[in-house]
Design a binder for this molecule. Structure first.
Ligand code: ADP
Ligand code: MG
Length: 272
């Protein structure tokens, strides 16, 4: 007969291998039945494996930071239907390979919500990848130069959930738009894409620099999609305002801490 440790190692039950002495000792102390013991020991290993899976998928997803739905203050953003978010958090859109499109001005929580949905998908065992549109296009263009476009596109098709953040912040060339189109077409009805944009759909023709391509892209994206049109104030500005950085004093020192979006908000407040 093999040693217990060897068997556990061969089965890759690594946590159990590590803790088998104390697990057995506990079981005999607590007078567990064979069945109870087996269940407890295997559950311990399963729990560890699930946790490691989540950690691994989180690393692979390259989320810029972690945000959860629980951290989102819905009372601040009443244009968001909580029911819709709850439904999305149930991830049936992932099972059905449907898309999610978050539209709205800067600071309203588009990236936060897309990350929060990604976190849910990771916890449920799905492969996820997060990138800004700009990062994806840079990657694709480099791949084309190095003659490995097909290979890189394949890596963008595999994740069950692909988050493409910040569509529309930068104007796209025809080459950009056609690369984007290829990715969307390949993922169509196979895997979910979550997109965020500060531009409404009517402006996407300008974003993609080609109305025909924009229509073809939207056609595929929207065929099975939930669109959230977020209208409201920037959460970042609210926090600044609460800290007394906006409105009260407007000196240079403070302005250097502000993003472009916040400067813009300051200007428009002044103009009023
Ligand atoms: P967007 O992507 O729409 O520009 P973000 O998702 O980056 O905005 O949000 C800006 C910051 O404000 C982030 O730190 C985010 O976590 C936070 N935030 C935005 N909206 C809310 C909200 N309703 N509740 C809690 N935090 C929010
Ligand atoms: Mg964002």
């Amino acid at each position: 007969m093999m040693e217990l440790h060897t068997v556990l190692d061969k089965l890759k039950l690594s946590l159990l291998a590590e803790r088998v002495e104390s697990v057995c000792e506990q079981a005999s102390k607590r007078d567990l039945s064979y069945k109870e013991f087996l269940l407890e020991a295997l559950s311990l290993e399963l729990c560890d494996k699930q946790q490691k899976g989540i950690e691994q998928r989180t690393t692979l997803a390259r989320l810029p930071y972690i945000k959860t739905i629980e951290q989102f203050d819905f009372s601040f953003q009443p244009s968001i239907d909580k029911k819709v978010i709850r439904e999305l958090a149930g991830l049936s859109f992932v099972e059905r390979s449907e898309n999610v499109i978050l539209l709205g001005p800067p600071g309203v929580g588009k990236t936060h919500l897309s990350i929060a949905l990604a976190v849910k998908a990771i916890a449920a065992g799905h492969r996820v990848l997060f990138m800004t549109l700009d990062q994806m296009l840079t990657k694709l263009k480099r791949a084309r130069e190095e003659n490995k476009l097909e290979k890189v596109i394949t890596t963008l098709i595999q994740p069950k959930v692909l988050v493409l953040d910040e569509i529309g912040y930068m104007p796209m060339s025809r080459e950009d738009a056609s690369l984007f189109f290829r990715v969307i077409t390949r993922r169509y009805e196979k895997a979910s894409t979550i997109l965020t944009s500060n531009k409404s759909f009517v402006d996407w023709g300008d974003v993609f620099g080609d109305p025909v391509l924009a229509t073809a892209i939207l056609d595929r994206l929207l065929h099975h999609a939930t669109t959230l049109n977020i209208k409201g104030e920037s959460y970042r500005l609210k926090e600044k305002r609460r800290a007394g950085l906006l409105g009260a004093s407007q000196n240079q020192k403070i302005e250097t801490h502000l993003t472009e979006e916040e400067m813009f908000a300051e200007l428009t407040t002044e103009d009023r």
